[in-house]
Design a protein around this ligand. Structure first.
Ligand SMILES: Nc1ncnc2c1ncn2[C@@H]1O[C@H](COP(=O)(O)OP(=O)(O)OP(=O)(O)O)[C@@H](O)[C@H]1O
Ligand SMILES: [Mg+2]
Length: 310
């Protein structure tokens, strides 16, 4: 895959296959496939209870999955705890942001990872690095020495995102980052998400807002009732098509699974580009299923899954 704007090659960072998770009798996730490349924004959408938060909590090490596999940089991994996730380079910004309201911006960014100069905190270095990071994100924060309680919702979201970048993660997960924000603040956060993509992070964006998804995502993964219900490149899809997949007006849940290799390939506008199972192996190869690149770029082919090539 190449980056839609820079044309640089994009590597797969993370691949989940066949993920299952139940809570007692509730099947929150069944056989879910999901992947993200570096420098890519993947929107994860679905109705209330579709399993979006559960899927990212599997990645965040909050819920161990009951079934399925996770690969990070091509290696199988087990994510048993939030510390495991952080060590791999997966950072999650949950909706509550978990900021310390009484502390200033610098203190929030470096909490638990403070820079020291001998026995004392190196406040100057931490402040300088905070400004550098905020500038890189084109963030509009007037002062880094005010308590975060005094900041707007969009600015608080910015601080939470900046904090997640301190350890240079590979994957940044945002659960509904614009849900509580007004128009201008939403635009600011979407802008920030584009900066994350430019910095090469893989970004997973959970959102109910189709306008936000269409504005910022490269690819959209739809979950419905805990299952995959289509994967779309944003360049080829409309909000109406996404809403149909979300509500179940169209059903892609059984599309071209490895055990159903005879199903038709989909490459027309508005059709899901590929199902997650097939795309989990989307490498350059002759033959196979046509996949449309994000933003209407070149076509390429992908090897159907289950041919023993991986
Ligand atoms: N800790 C839990 N214990 C029991 N059931 C849970 C738990 N977490 C999630 N569930 C159930 O799993 C299903 C998926 O929930 P999840 O929170 O992942 O959905 P979601 O897509 O994030 O929804 P929303 O858009 O409302 O945030 C729901 O039926 C939910 O009730
Ligand atoms: Mg949720």
């Amino acid at each position: 895959m190449t980056h839609p704007r820079t044309g640089r090659p994009r590597d797969r960072v993370l691949t989940m296959r066949g993920i299952g998770k139940h809570f007692g009798a509730v099947k929150a996730l069944t056989d879910v496939d999901f992947w993200v490349n570096e420098g890519e924004v993947v929107a994860l959408v679905g109705d209330n209870g579709a399993g979006k938060s559960t899927l990212v909590k599997v990645l965040a090490g909050v819920h161990p999955p009951d079934a399925g596999t996770i690969e990070f940089d091509g290696e199988p991994v087990v994510i048993d705890s939030p510390a495991d996730a952080q060590e791999l380079g997966i950072e999650t910004i949950f909706q509550d942001l978990a900021l310390c309201d009484n502390l200033d911006v610098v203190a929030n960014l470096w909490l638990g990872r403070e820079l020291r100069d001998g026995a004392t905190l190196d406040e100057v270095d931490m402040e300088q690095r905070t400004w550098t990071l905020l500038r890189e994100l084109s963030a509009k924060i007037p002062s880094v020495r005010v308590p975060v309680a005094s900041l707007s919702g969009g600015q608080r979201q910015t601080v939470a995102i900046a904090r997640s970048l301190i350890g240079e993660p590979r994957v940044v997960i945002l659960d509904e980052p614009t849900a509580a924000l007004g128009v201008a603040q939403t635009a600011e956060v979407l802008n920030l998400i584009e900066r994350l993509r430019e910095r090469g992070h893989g970004v997973i964006l959970i959102s109910h807002n189709m306008a936000d998804v269409m504005a910022v995502a490269d690819r959209v993964v739809v979950l419905r009732l805990g299952r995959n219900n289509g994967v779309y490149n944003v360049a080829d899809v409309t909000s109406e098509i996404l809403i149909a997949a979300i509500t179940g007006a169209v059903d892609h849940s059984g599309m071209r699974r490895p055990d159903r290799a005879d199903a038709a390939p989909h490459a027309r506008d508005g059709e899901p580009v590929l199902d997650a199972a097939a795309a989990a192996t989307d490498e350059e190869t002759a033959g196979g299923t046509v996949i449309r690149m994000p933003r209407g770029g070149a076509r390429r082919t992908a090897r159907p899954r289950g041919d023993g090539s991986r």
